[in-house]
Design a binder for this molecule. Structure first.
Ligand code: DC
Length: 229
């Protein structure tokens, strides 16, 4: 595609299928995929490794400032490097899930990570997913998608994913975890989950990943054509 590379922002609640969709979309377009949630996860992991409580706002902000986070596309995955170390698996641990909320709510951490995200997407040709991408990180993104699905469907998807990884967990526990995460994402004072006024809403409750990717891919092609006739 010789046309101008655009920025695509994909926001939505936990387990709405954002990352799988965004990664595949980026692969099809030949764009870079940036998982902004992985950056909040990486800072949380670093605090845990260094024995710093994630509630210590100042020390955690210092970690966010000094750490180096990099994304490297692989076959079906994107490798996350934290100070050169592959932490792709470690950042998904239950330990990180338990301690991440104060990190995501820390205004200084958000400021630092948003800056890093803006730098990574500066030249366009990116698909970035998260909670505040269309509203705070790239309010100028050419295409904004807000993905949603019922909490029940998101819990079913998360349960399937966990069971496939061999995790022994029941539906109710996963469902409660989703509700807790929604609450903290929606009520956070800084960078809460919000639909940008110009975002296109995609309810994925009854859609497969392939259908989601196709739909957004078509919207992206349309946008690229519009901008570069
Ligand atoms: O998308 P995820 O589940 O990997 O996100 C991990 C956490 O980071 C989650 O608590 C929400 C937070 N997050 C955020 O505050 N802002 C973003 N742009 C992305 C994620």
């Amino acid at each position: 595609m010789g046309s101008r590379p655009i920025k695509i922002a994909i926001d939505g609640p936990a387990a709405s299928g954002k990352s799988t969709t965004a990664r595949e979309l980026a692969r099809r377009l030949g764009y870079l995929y940036i998982d902004s949630g992985a950056m909040y996860r990486a800072v949380t992991l670093k605090a845990l490794k260094e024995g710093i409580p994630t509630t210590d706002a100042q020390k955690v902000a210092q970690l966010a400032e000094t750490c180096h986070i990099e994304f490297r596309p692989n076959d079906h995955q994107t490798i996350v490097l934290l100070d050169g170390e592959d932490v792709s698996e470690q950042i998904r641990s239950p330990e990180v899930n338990i301690h991440i909320n104060p990190v995501a709510a820390n205004p200084r951490v958000r400021e630092i990570l948003v800056k890093k995200q803006q730098e990574m997407g500066r030249r366009g040709g990116v698909v970035m997913d998260g909670r505040d991408i269309g509203t705070v990180v790239f309010p100028d993104a050419e295409l904004k998608i807000y993905m949603e699905a019922t909490a029940e469907e998101r819990a079913r998807r998360r349960l399937k994913e966990l069971r496939e990884k061999g995790v022994d967990i029941d539906y109710d526990t996963v469902y409660q975890e989703i509700l807790t995460r929604d609450r903290s994402d929606l009520t956070r004072k800084h960078g809460p989950l919000r639909k940008a006024p110009d975002a296109i809403v995609l309810d994925t409750t009854h859609m497969s990943i392939a259908e989601q990717v196709d739909k957004i891919y078509q919207l992206a092609l349309q946008k690229i054509r519009e901008l570069d006739p």
